[in-house]
Design a protein. Structure first.
Length: 517
């Protein structure tokens, strides 16, 4: 009752954070990581309690978590969400400010120049490892990761140039450069990342792959790490996977109504293979997870084998491949079949052995979901044939193939109507009916002046028909298969994208960016 009274009073007060000046000693009582993750700002102290401005003060679970993290009673009050974002940036800083505050703790004498290659490099390896484990470097690497998570980044890229380093975040599929630390810290930063990923910090001549598992404020973050040698040093790529992220349902993926009906019919099949294709980062795994969630009932046993397990699915048995102990997709799939599942998800079909095991599972009454790296849906057939799978097996087991891409969604607060020029319409290849208009990106504070906010999918769903089966048996090209499918009414990726442009979901530029051949 007391908590409800506080929330009700806060609603009536209506805090204006922009008009407040919060004392530094109050700001310092909430660590930057906590403020950014929970989107809270401390306002004042009331005895032992701390008054926190929040967007959802009625969320008792979050309030309890904050009380534990801060080690004191918490009084939650309501604040405008947009003002909260601005206040968190104002008092706790963006990426450059966070890095600057960390660098202030690093003295000139703490850095030792390490020459490479040669024996001196090996002699100094211990010193670099010591430096990588020192608090300032640890805080610096942690702050770069936390800032990437705050921005909603999917990847972090560190690149060493001749006289500088480059740090970039990939947000909604687009790379954004951020203010980098000094070049003299690069070796220590890379070494710190390698230590976290259990990689060999002395090996700089060969590519390495590893994983980092973090627990950040109660969230499980899995980071895939890749290092490759370049002319000026090692390039490091980090893929961020939040295993506690909210999973999307099929209705949230951006399917048009007619495509949604076809997808629902497809995943209700009792056996066969359903393939999702597209390049890395096109949302294939998210689509498969949404399908599994839709099928996840107590009457069905579902098992997945993935590399890695990106999200945790309640009630589903998930396995992760482990190449170091020779546990891959093929032998993992062989073991899955002994578990008598109804539905199987294979993270990716990479070779003939895995493809044949997936087909064998489909032939014995299982529904199999998997992904392939191809540019369009029709190419999935020829890819399987190129792996050495017999045409009659492909024709008899594959039920549907869906290519997809992710496009950025226009910010609803600042998108602007306009009438496209003839040149723009010629470029995308469609005509706009008289009197219709499109929308373009502008940029405002609510979308960080980008003009886009979030992403959605565009899809090309090809359902296997008797006509297409006969074409597969005849080993025709993927172009012929696609032409036949389009003639039968299949919408291409660009067709689906153009409809979403006309609906005001995205822009012509975005569709051209992801569908340009």
């Amino acid at each position: 009752m007391e908590h409800e009274a506080v929330v009700e009073a806060a609603v009536q007060v209506g805090l204006a954070l922009s008009a407040r000046e919060i004392p530094p000693e109050i700001v310092s009582r909430v660590p930057p990581a906590v403020a950014k993750y929970y989107r809270v700002v401390p306002l004042e102290a009331r005895g032992k309690a701390l008054v926190l401005a929040m967007a959802a003060p009625e969320n008792l679970a979050v309030v309890d978590e904050l009380r534990v993290h801060l080690g004191c009673p918490v009084v939650p009050v309501l604040a405008d969400p947009e003002e909260l974002v601005q206040a968190v940036d104002r008092y706790y800083g963006a990426g450059a400010q966070t890095v600057a505050s960390v660098l202030a703790d690093i003295g000139e004498g703490s850095i030792e120049v390490v020459k490479e290659p040669g024996e001196e490099e090996q002699a100094n390896t211990g010193r670099i490892e010591d430096l990588a484990n020192e608090a300032p470097i640890v805080k610096l690497v942690n702050s770069l990761i936390i800032e990437a998570l705050r921005r909603g980044a999917s990847d972090i890229f560190y690149t060493e140039l001749r006289n500088s380093i480059k740090v970039r975040y990939r947000v909604d599929g687009i790379l954004y450069e951020v203010s980098p630390p000094p070049k003299k810290l690069y070796l220590a930063i890379v070494s710190r990342i390698k230590i976290m990923a259990d990689l060999n910090i002395a090996e700089k001549r060969l590519p390495q792959d590893g994983r980092i598992k973090l627990k950040l404020l109660g969230k499980d973050i899995d980071i895939r790490v890749s290092t490759v040698p370049t002319v000026f040093g090692e390039s490091v790529a980090l893929r961020l996977l939040d295993k506690n992220s909210i999973l999307l349902g099929l209705a949230d993926l951006g399917f048009l109504p007619e495509t949604m009906k076809q997808v629902e019919n497809l995943i209700e099949k009792k056996h066969g293979i359903v393939l999702v294709t597209g390049p890395t980062g096109s949302g294939k795994t998210t689509t498969l997870y949404a399908a599994l969630n839709a099928l996840n009932t107590p009457e069905k046993k579902i098992i997945t084998i993935e590399d890695p397990v990106e999200y945790l699915l309640y009630g589903i048995n998930q396995m992760q491949v482990r190449p170091k102990i020779d546990f891959g997709f093929a032998n993992g799939l062989r073991s899955i079949l002994r578990q008598d599942p109804d539905i199987i998800m294979v993270g990716e079909i990479r070779d003939r052995e895995t493809a044949e095991m997936a087909i064998q599972a489909a032939l014995t009454g299982h529904l199999v979901f998997s992904t392939l790296h191809t540019n369009d849906s029709a190419s999935a057939v020829t890819r399987l044939l190129d792996m050495g799978v017999e045409p009659f097996l492909v024709a008899s087991t594959v039920r549907g193939m869906m290519a997809q891409r992710l496009v950025r969604v226009l910010c609803p607060h600042c998108r602007q109507e306009y009438v496209p020029s003839e040149a723009e319409l010629r470029k995308i290849g469609y005509e706009l009916p008289e009197g219709e208009h499109l929308y373009r990106a502008v940029g405002c504070p609510k979308c960080n002046d980008i003009g886009y906010r979030g992403r959605t999918g565009i899809y090309e769903l090809l359902i296997m028909t008797p006509e297409l089966e006969s074409m597969v048996l005849g080993r025709v090209s993927s172009a012929q298969i696609k032409d036949a499918a389009v003639a039968a009414g299949t919408a291409s990726l660009r067709d689906d994208g153009w409809r979403k442009v006309r609906m005001g979901v995205t822009t012509v530029e975005e569709i051209l960016r992801v569908t340009q051949e």
